[in-house]
Design a protein. Structure first.
Length: 106
C-alpha cells in the first residue's frame, strides 16, 4: 500500500477499523505509526508498526530493510480530516504535502 492508496481509502469512505482489519492491525490509532523506506516517494510502500514495537525509533530495521517514521497514524487521520474541508486538494497533492512534511522532520 502506498500513501496515495491510504489517503484514497479514507476519502472513499473507508473506516479506520476496516483498514486495520484488512491490514491485520490493532485499531488503536494512538499507538500506530506509519513508516516508509527511502527514498520517499508516491510509489514507495508503507509499513505500519505499533509504537511499543519500534520505540519510536527512526530508522527502524524490519526484514533487513530500514524504514523511516513518517508520522503517527493519528496525525495522518487529522490531515485527512483537514483535507476534507478543502475539497480542491487531490489525494496526490495531499500525499506530496505529507511526504514533504515527513522529509523535513526525518
Amino acid at each position: 500500500m502506498t500513501l496515495t492508496d491510504l489517503i484514497n481509502h479514507f476519502n472513499e469512505g473507508g473506516s479506520y477499523e476496516a483498514f486495520c482489519n484488512t491490514q491485520r492491525l490493532n485499531s488503536d490509532a494512538e499507538s500506530l505509526e506509519i513508516y516508509m523506506s527511502k527514498p520517499f516517494g508516491l510509489n514507495s510502500k508503507l509499513e505500519f508498526f505499533k509504537t511499543d514495537i519500534t520505540g519510536g525509533k527512526s530508522p527502524y530495521d524490519y526484514n533487513g530493510a530500514e524504514f523511516y517514521k513518517l508520522f503517527d497514524f493519528s496525525y495522518f487521520l487529522n490531515a485527512i480530516k483537514k483535507m476534507n474541508l478543502n475539497k480542491s486538494i487531490t489525494d496526490i497533492d495531499l500525499a506530496l504535502q505529507l511526504l514533504d512534511y515527513a522529509e523535513k522532520e526525518a
